[in-house]
Ligand binder design. Structure first.
Ligand code: ZN
Ligand code: ZN
Length: 319
């Protein structure tokens, strides 16, 4: 049996002709039998593809042969083409959809004006150095607020965001202005969202902004559950949550009874992608499985096509 693998990667680098890169990448993946998802913009590339190990190796080599991608890092992980429904290669205005492509400037060394990159050890050094100077470092969650329900950095600020677009409204609300002269470390799953977020924060007057190289994933590989991270990590695949060690705390709370849990479940109504946390006991109770919006709609219009019939609790991804 052939071994298979997945690679994850991104690079912020100017691509004057994203459509040409798209055609090249699509052909390359198709020829190698790879599946997955690749986004391309004038600001660079972000992809996850899987397939036969040899094919993936060829893909990496070919992709790096294009000068702008020469030093791009590829993160290898278990899995293969079967984890993806298809091959999707798309050109978009932004690699991460903050909704402000005109604010993002990229040159050959990456996003212009982003926060200083810190390796996991340097995060701890920063916290200690600032503390010795009498200041606390603030961790700033760069993900959707829902992801932080099951895991976050100690005492992190979690903005009120349902999607990445909401960050602009949050940053412009004035709610975080007290942090503008404070040391702030942004973090997200693998680091890509903070490449942009940290630059958007600096443009808005946050003066002392840092980001974690490789995001929570790399931090967790270094410190596991013995550092400043608390809880589990939300991931965008079928698992939905993952822990760094057996010592991981469970900080999520069941939306029905408040008991500890890290398990997200979809709202039971068809067509609703709201995810909520439920414990072992409550996820079998049908009444707890409908989100507040869908419950209100059901009260108003019991015949709405999306309301019921009751389905089994299901877990699924949210993009
Ligand atoms: Zn419960
Ligand atoms: Zn719902």
């Amino acid at each position: 049996m052939n071994e298979s693998r997945i690679v994850l990667y991104y690079a912020f680098t100017p691509l004057p002709d994203p459509e040409a890169v798209k055609l090249w990448q699509h052909t390359l993946c198709r020829e190698l039998g790879l599946k997955g998802r690749i986004l391309i913009s004038e600001h660079g590339i972000n992809g996850t593809v899987g397939g036969d190990m040899k094919a993936v190796k060829k893909y990496v080599k070919q992709t790096r042969s294009y000068a702008p991608f020469k030093s791009m890092e590829f993160k290898w992980s278990e899995g293969g083409a079967e984890q993806f429904p298809r091959l999707s290669v798309k050109v978009r205005p932004e690699l991460v959809a903050f909704g402000v492509p005109e604010e993002v400037e990229v040159d050959s060394s990456g996003v212009v004006g982003g926060g200083e990159h810190l390796k996991p050890e340097q995060v701890h050094e920063l916290v200690e150095r600032k503390r010795a100077e009498g200041t606390e470092v603030t961790f700033f969650d760069g993900r959707n607020a829902m992801e932080a329900q099951i895991g976050r950095f100690k005492d992190a600020v979690v903005p009120d965001t349902e999607t990445t677009r909401d960050f602009i409204r949050e940053l412009d609300s004035g709610r975080y202005d007290h942090l503008k002269d404070q040391p702030v470390v942004t973090y997200c799953t693998g680091g890509i969202r903070c490449e942009v977020l940290s630059s958007l924060m600096r443009r808005r007057g946050f003066q002392d902004v840092y980001q974690i190289d490789g995001g929570i994933v790399r931090y967790g590989e270094t410190y596991g559950d013995s550092g400043l991270w608390e809880g589990e990590l939300y991931v965008f695949d079928g698992r939905m949550n993952t822990r760094f060690s057996e010592d991981a705390e469970t900080i999520g709370e069941c939306s029905s009874c408040g008991g500890p849990t890290s398990e997200f479940y979809n709202c039971m109504d068809r067509g609703c992608s709201t995810l909520k946390l439920y414990c072992q006991d409550c996820r079998h109770i049908p009444e707890t499985q409908r989100c507040a919006n869908c419950e209100a709609r059901l009260q108003e219009n019991p015949d709405h096509p999306n309301s019921g019939p009751l389905e089994k609790p299901r877990r699924s991804q949210q993009a």
